[in-house]
Design a binder for this molecule. Structure first.
Ligand SMILES: NC(=O)c1ccc[n+]([C@@H]2O[C@H](COP(=O)([O-])OP(=O)(O)OC[C@H]3O[C@@H](n4cnc5c(N)ncnc54)[C@H](OP(=O)(O)O)[C@@H]3O)[C@@H](O)[C@H]2O)c1
Length: 288
């Protein structure tokens, strides 16, 4: 090694020793993808801060005053918006947050988006305009919506009443989403890339009900309703009626096809719905 190389090497060592890797802020770090991303990063010995309303410090999308403290000492951010990037105000919030993040020194932003959502594309563009090194991960609907989220109660009640007719969706597993996001956050080869993720098979909600019936040994039915009836149900239960609009993404078939983002990033096949259902059933989450 030459003297010059020796000096460079020692300067790299000092920098690493003095500063260490910068904190990765995982927004939605208690949610379906965020909790798994935080787990994977922590297992790699990387410093992680969970961004959520109950985080320390708290991070609240509707309260920009909370963003600055959450970004202190942060070098990268996994950006998940709640409830959905297609909702009013989302693109503005994501844009303002990304701008602040870059100003505070976070260069790397990885955004979780839905597939085929016009509203989400506005947020993607706002995030890119911040000048950050970005990656966009567009995901199909998650398998875990049936075990950890809004479809869990219907499964427990034994009936999925939804405005999906016979439309199909290539559900993706959040374990695969978390693997892709973790790769994006830790490997610069993913900068400037947009990945589309799905599972290996498209299923209708009737197919899902049949698979869940078989795995749980209980009859779980699928009952189609109109979008208007579903909006009325959301309103009666105090939930945002905009959730009904998300079903348009399934109904018009724009996202029906299987795509290969999981294999493109991870070099392996995505997890199938039946493998998810078997593992979820074994945890007892669907026991009544
Ligand atoms: N679910 C799907 O099938 C799917 C598919 C593709 C894309 N996505 C996208 O993924 C994103 C997250 O949706 P998800 O259903 O998967 O939810 P999730 O990440 O499982 O849960 C929401 C997370 O965000 C936090 N949170 C909730 N409200 C917040 C607020 N006002 N400010 C800050 N943090 C908040 C929650 O923690 P606290 O409660 O502690 O605040 C929790 O950690 C959405 O943008 C959605 O469009 C979802």
């Amino acid at each position: 090694m030459t003297n010059e190389q020796n000096i460079q090497q020692s300067s790299i060592q000092q920098n690493t020793e003095q500063t260490g890797p910068k904190t990765i802020l995982v927004i939605g770090g208690t949610g379906k993808t965020g909790s798994r991303v935080a787990e994977r990063l922590t297992a790699q010995g990387l410093p992680v801060r969970v961004g959520s309303r109950n985080g320390e410090p708290p991070f609240v999308w509707e309260d920009p005053d909370t963003w600055e403290a959450a970004l202190d000492g942060v070098g990268s951010v996994y950006v998940t918006y709640y409830p959905d990037l297609g909702f009013p105000g989302a693109a503005e919030a994501v844009g303002a947050f990304s701008e602040l993040a870059v100003k505070k020194g976070a260069r790397r932003l990885v955004l979780l988006a839905g597939r085929g959502e016009d509203g989400a594309v506005n947020s993607e563009n706002k995030l890119k305009e911040s000048g950050a090194d970005w990656t966009v991960v567009r995901a199909s609907w998650f398998n875990q919506n049936f075990s950890e989220s809004f479809f869990l109660d219907p499964v427990l009640a034994g009936d999925l009443t939804l405005p999906t007719a016979d439309a199909v969706e290539p559900f993706v597993d959040v374990e695969d989403v978390a693997d892709v996001v973790t790769a994006a956050l830790t490997d610069d080869r993913h900068i400037g890339r947009t990945y589309e993720l799905s599972g290996p098979r498209s299923l209708s909600f009737r197919d899902v009900a049949a698979e869940l019936s078989q795995i749980t040994g209980r009859e779980i039915t699928y009952t189609p309703v109109t979008l208007d009836d579903y909006r009325a149900f959301l309103r009666e239960n105090g939930m945002p009626v905009e959730f009904a609009d998300l079903f348009a993404l399934i109904l018009d078939g724009r996202n029906a096809d299987v795509v290969n983002g999981v294999e493109e990033v991870l070099g392996r096949k995505p997890r199938d719905f039946s493998a998810f259902a078997k593992d979820a059933a074994a945890t007892g989450v669907w026991n009544v």
